[in-house]
Design a protein around this ligand. Structure first.
Ligand code: ZN
Length: 260
């Protein structure tokens, strides 16, 4: 599941491939993508120059010379694949951009849940997002004020992209473990000290993930402290990692280190 570090990595890969290039052709290969990117929008993209790539939370925004923006969200299993045009499209390719240098960029997605849409110039259609989780300018006060308004569990609050954009299920669990906070604690009840510890933990886990993302993607294995480690021993205290369901998502945590 791509979260901020993985999407940041992906946006760098696509930026290198597309900025300054002209879109020769856009092919929409899956019916789920035809809803978001109908033929008239694909046609609008042809001939446009891609002028920049920006990441906002888990959204990737490709700016076009026409003023339109091509917006992609990977959801569960999306990714970019860059290769040469000409051969049949890669497996699971859903949308393919063919560029004027003979290269092509494919949105590949086994589960086909990704979204790819063209936003017309001047239309702001992204959902409301909080400050980026990787933004060093986010203060404990900003983070704490946002939590203070939320009477849901802290784990559920962290998945709300209006709190910090880019944090998802994996790094929310990892940060709560690092900060030794019970994922069931009510967000608005966190003390200032815990808010600070949590913000620092979020930054630490994202930074560590960012450093290892290239390696992680090559090996196909992530190394987590609690995520997906049900019944395995906590590296800090040896207690078995527990799994509960919060907001229809699995939460992994150490019942000893993260007790209330
Ligand atoms: Zn523990």
């Amino acid at each position: 599941m791509p979260e901020l570090p993985e999407v940041e990595y992906a946006s760098r890969v696509v930026r290198k491939a597309v900025v300054g290039r002209t879109v020769r052709n856009v092919r929409v290969l899956h019916r789920s993508q035809r809803r978001g990117l109908p033929p008239r929008d694909a046609a609008r993209m042809r001939g446009a120059v891609i002028t920049g790539v920006e990441r906002r939370g888990k959204h990737q925004l490709l700016a076009l010379s026409t003023g339109d923006t091509f917006v992609v969200h990977f959801r569960m299993t999306g990714d970019w694949l860059v290769d040469e045009s000409g051969s049949p499209p890669p497996r699971f390719a859903r949308v393919v951009l063919e560029l004027d240098d003979g290269m092509r960029v494919s949105l590949v997605d086994p589960r086909a849940l990704s979204t790819a849409t063209l936003h017309r110039a001047g239309m702001e259609t992204l959902p409301v997002l909080g400050p980026d989780a990787a933004d060093p300018g986010v203060t404990v006060k900003v983070f704490g004020d946002s939590l203070a308004r939320r009477r849901v569990s802290i784990k559920v609050a962290l998945l709300d992209q209006r709190v910090l954009a880019g944090v998802g299920n994996i790094y929310a669990a990892e940060a709560l473990w690092l900060a030794r906070i019970d994922p069931r604690a009510v967000a608005s009840s966190l003390t200032k000290a815990r808010q600070r510890r949590l913000l620092e933990a979020i930054r630490a886990v994202l930074e560590k993930a960012q450093e290892s993302t290239g390696r992680y993607r090559e090996n196909g294995v992530g190394r987590f402290e609690v995520y997906d480690r049900e019944s395995l021993p906590c590296s800090r205290c040896g207690t078995q990692i527990d799994r509960i369901v919060q907001g229809a998502r699995s939460t992994y945590f150490c019942p000893w280190c993260q007790r209330r």
